[in-house]
Write a protein that binds this ligand. Structure first.
Ligand SMILES: [Fe+2]
Length: 385
């Protein structure tokens, strides 16, 4: 067995986990908390519940909502200034991947005084941030358990990855109730993002028996519940397993890393500011088609976990898995190609260059050329294939 390191934060899972934030902040001896969120989560009422729980523990807080989807370097630097100016000593993030990644960045900038862009890469964070509590409100990103933070370098228009044990939150309070206020499109895009986490972790060249277990379980849970969660947004019988699936996928990818879908999605998010989950959803089938013969047994095991009937021969099994992924994408309302998102043919060379240099490519089961990546973007431009 190859040697593999695994990290995960303390996490509390279940209805009511959010209400524990006051107690957790108190355990970290918080004097004042910076609550990082976004306008949608504030409108849904979850940020106010966090602030009320903190107030109940006699902990004052200040709200930072200056975070856009695909959080930018300048927003993180401004958040760190706010943390210091307000005399905060603990950070709570409540929201999807953007506020959580921003909060991770704010923490390490506040303690180091360095530019957020100086931490790009693997294990480049030498001084940890202040205590960080994450409360996810999507069943998708799993930034609440991962050692990844993705930040938009606004000058270069590329997303940088900061991957470090120091980016693992100190506690994750995972409350599936918070996912009921997501609309259908956000539920779909974030749910497919979680599925991609599991698939890419399972075929990653850095996978291990521990990450395999989590990835396969996520691939059982997510396709079985995603469409129903969209149709019945308040039914916890589907929201609960989606949150569990997202958690399992997060534990898998945080430790096994990702692959070419994420590399290509990061490039789209950086250059064109497109939503992360949607990019993943529109790329997945095409990358699986490219990768399949690099790990046919692994993909066949994923197909079985997904519930795809077994086929004789790798070609037939590949077609069956890709067909199932396509059906799922359409069933959750994502029946379009990248062109509808504003991607143009002439964007593809630069998109492919950026994706080729993304760290997620390193663990993809097949090493692509820039030309391979260009072809995949081209295939994903229009629906149908
Ligand atoms: Fe993702």
């Amino acid at each position: 067995m190859e040697i593999r390191k695994n990290v995960a934060p303390e996490f509390v899972l279940g209805a009511g986990a959010l209400d524990l934030v006051g107690r957790y902040a108190s355990n970290f001896a918080a004097k004042k908390v910076l609550v990082v969120s976004d306008p949608g989560v504030v409108a849904a009422g979850w940020a106010e519940m966090v602030i009320a729980s903190l107030r109940g523990a006699n902990i004052p807080s200040v709200l930072c909502v200056g975070v856009s989807p695909n959080p930018r370097d300048d927003e993180i630097m401004a958040g760190a200034d706010m943390f210091l100016a307000e005399g905060c000593d603990v950070i709570v993030a409540v929201g999807g991947g953007s506020p959580m990644d921003a909060a991770k960045g704010i923490g390490i900038v506040a303690t180091s005084g360095q530019s957020i862009l100086s931490f790009e890469g693997v294990d480049q964070v030498w001084v940890p941030g202040p205590p960080l509590i994450c409360i996810p409100t999507t069943a998708g990103t799993a930034a609440d358990v991962s050692q990844f933070a993705i930040v938009n370098d606004s000058a270069r228009k590329v997303k940088i990855a900061i991957i470090s044990k120091a980016m693992v939150p100190d506690a994750a309070l995972i409350d599936p109730r918070t996912t009921t206020t997501m609309d259908a499109e956000l539920t779909a895009a974030t749910g497919i993002d979680a599925l991609v986490h599991a698939i890419e972790a399972y075929v990653s060249t850095a996978s291990s028996p521990v990450t395999d277990l989590h990835a396969l379980k996520a691939v059982q849970l997510i396709p079985a519940n995603l469409a129903a969660a969209i149709q019945n947004p308040n039914d916890m019988n589907h929201r609960d397993p989606m949150m569990l699936g997202s958690l399992f996928a997060g534990l898998a990818f945080s430790n096994a890393s990702l692959g070419l879908v994420h590399a290509m999605a990061h490039s789209l998010g950086g250059l064109l500011d497109l939503p992360h989950g949607m990019c993943n959803a529109l790329l997945l089938e095409y990358v699986v088609a490219f990768n399949y013969m690099g790990a046919p047994e692994r993909f066949a095991q994923l197909a079985a976990a997904f519930g795809v009937p077994p086929e004789v021969g790798a070609d037939a099994q590949k077609a069956a898995l890709i067909g199932a992924l396509c059906n799922l994408r359409k069933a959750v309302g994502l029946g379009h190609g990248l062109r509808k998102m504003g991607v143009r043919q002439e964007d593809i060379p630069l998109l492919a260059q950026h994706a080729f240099h993304d760290p997620c490519v390193a663990t993809n089961p097949v090493q692509p050329s820039v030309g391979d990546i260009e072809l995949i973007y081209e295939r994903a431009l229009d629906e149908p294939r």
